[in-house]
Design a protein around this ligand. Structure first.
Ligand code: ZN
Ligand code: ZN
Length: 98
């Protein structure tokens, strides 16, 4: 199975993995960066074609760029939900008044 081109999280080069270290049917395949030999996996972010760094204990879900984006979106999204709930009840949370 050919793999697509993407940025390696370790060396930062745009690479096309040629070797599969672990073929997984349920999980993502563990691939190898042809440049720095890092264990890499496809980024899970929809539409992203970069690679996430694989680890000994667990593999990252997202590439470094998406990890940043996801944590920012999660914080903004969480805040919006809290605000929305409070506005719905026409009551502001105490930490906004203070
Ligand atoms: Zn690399
Ligand atoms: Zn990504």
């Amino acid at each position: 199975m050919p793999y697509h081109q993407g940025k390696c999280p370790q060396c930062g080069q745009v690479i096309t993995p040629t070797r599969c270290l672990e073929a997984n049917t349920l999980r993502r395949d563990v691939l190898e960066c042809p440049n720095c030999r890092a264990r890499i996996l496809e980024c899970r972010f929809p539409g992203c074609h970069d690679y996430a760094l694989g680890g000994k204990v667990w593999d990252n879900d997202f590439c470094p760029d998406c990890t940043k984006q996801v944590s920012q979106t999660a914080i903004a999204g969480g805040l919006a939900i809290v605000l929305g709930k409070c506005l719905g009840r026409r009551k502001l949370p105490p930490w906004i008044i203070q």
